[in-house]
Write a protein that binds this ligand. Structure first.
Ligand code: NAD
Length: 367
């Protein structure tokens, strides 16, 4: 049966990397037993320009019906002056919230060939393989009340609310423990329980959930220490589970361990449907729309393509195909091919966005 994929290129480099994603779907269509029906729709600034809103109900309904969503990136300077509620990022937050995509998986894996692209020493990052699990539908990005208010003639107040309910913490903690069980049975929960009550509750609930997973070695760490430890000694971590905002920041920090934001994929998953092994899912690179390089054929498409790999594994149970994509990427990098963001010396061969996509298809053909 054909898999219905909703492709949402979004803005900026989202368009360029989505074209490369389509090349990979075409290859998969022709060469594997998976078949894809791709619907391409607008989100973010592109949707604002066309329809006056960052996502339309039609697109939201298509998202709900699709087998998986692949998103490029949203946002850009053109829409930065709009009210928060009308900005491109709201389209993305709406999909996450409406589909209840509460578990965001952000792997940070260092490919051997890119060890020198990291700003850290080789011994600190070689063989690095961390999974950061970020809570995605609650916390300070969604908490109410929020806003900017004028409180006197000269003073304004900006405020947001960091709120977590115990059931929200319980379900993301459970995902963290389940993934840790499949890996090295180590889980680090990151909070700021010393000063924020909502994350004191976070720590209590994670401890409660840990009773169901006695084999897992659980540790807790404050977020400020975690940021420092990620750079000092990242290999001490295996699976990290954390709140929405802390996960957002720490995973960007982890991206620099891997050499570039352009190398980091992500998956956002919902609950399993009762009785079925299906869950709503959206896949997207961690990076944004990169307005500084948009339209110049400079974007690295590998985060987007690895996001397809995560889709194949998590939504279509094809771990082998995810591994195939990763090994083809590894070969290309070992052969010295680089996009601008991971280019470090003249022995390497520089490729544009579309040439990197073509190179990957060539490598898949040869596999
Ligand atoms: P960004 O991730 O777009 O860019 C940060 C830096 O990384 C830039 O120098 C950019 O050129 C580089 N970069 C990012 N992706 C790259 C790639 N694939 N290949 C090569 N280089 C890459 O973050 P930003 O500049 O803070 O934000 C730009 C816009 O993107 C903003 O409007 C922001 O709100 C939005 N944004 C969207 C998402 C999303 O759609 N998920 C995530 C983050 C930021």
């Amino acid at each position: 049966m054909k898999k219905n994929i909703l492709l949402l290129p979004g803005d900026g480099i989202g368009h360029e990397i989505s074209k490369e994603a389509e090349k990979i779907f075409n290859w998969l269509d022709k060469n594997t037993n998976l078949e894809f029906e791709i619907s391409k729709e607008l989100i973010g600034g592109a949707s604002i320009d066309e329809y006056g809103e960052p996502i339309t109900n039609k697109v939201l309904n298509l998202a709900k019906k699709s087998d998986a969503i692949l998103l490029g990136a949203v946002g850009g300077p053109k829409w930065e002056k709009l009210d928060f509620i009308k900005r491109p990022e709201r389209g993305l937050l709406k999909i996450r919230k409406e589909l209840d995509l509460f578990a965001n998986f952000r792997p940070a894996i260092v490919f051997d060939a890119l060890v020198s692209a990291s700003s850290l020493k080789e011994e600190i990052i070689s063989d690095l393989d961390i999974m950061i699990i970020r809570e995605l539908t609650s916390g300070i990005y969604f908490g109410e009340p929020r806003g900017i208010e004028k409180i006197s003639e000269n003073i304004k107040k900006g405020f947001n609310t960091l709120v977590y309910h115990s059931d929200e913490i319980e379900r993301i903690a459970t995902v963290g423990f389940e993934i840790a069980m499949k890996r090295n049975k180590k889980l680090c929960s990151i909070d700021k329980a010393n000063v924020l009550e909502s994350t004191e509750l976070w720590r209590d609930v994670v401890n409660d959930v840990s009773k169901k997973f006695p084999e897992i070695h659980l540790t807790h760490m404050y977020v400020d220490n975690a940021a420092m430890q990620l750079v000092r000694n990242p290999k001490q971590f295996d699976v990290i589970v954390t709140t929405n905002m802390f996960g957002d920041i720490l995973s960007d920090c982890a991206s620099m361990l891997t050499g570039s934001l352009g190398m980091l994929p992500s998956a956002s998953l919902g609950e399993f449907n009762t009785g079925k092994k299906i869950r709503k899912a959206m896949y997207e690179p961690v990076h944004g729309s990169a307005p500084d390089i948009a339209g110049k054929n400079l974007a690295n498409p590998l985060a987007m393509i690895q996001s397809i790999g995560m889709m194949l594994e998590y939504s279509f149970s094809s771990l082998d195909l995810n591994n195939l994509l990763k090994s083809c990427i590894n070969n290309i990098l070992n052969n010295g091919y680089r996009t601008e963001d991971i280019f470090s010396n003249s022995n390497e061969k520089k490729l544009g966005t579309s040439e990197m996509g073509d190179m990957l298809v060539k490598e898949l053909e040869a596999s």
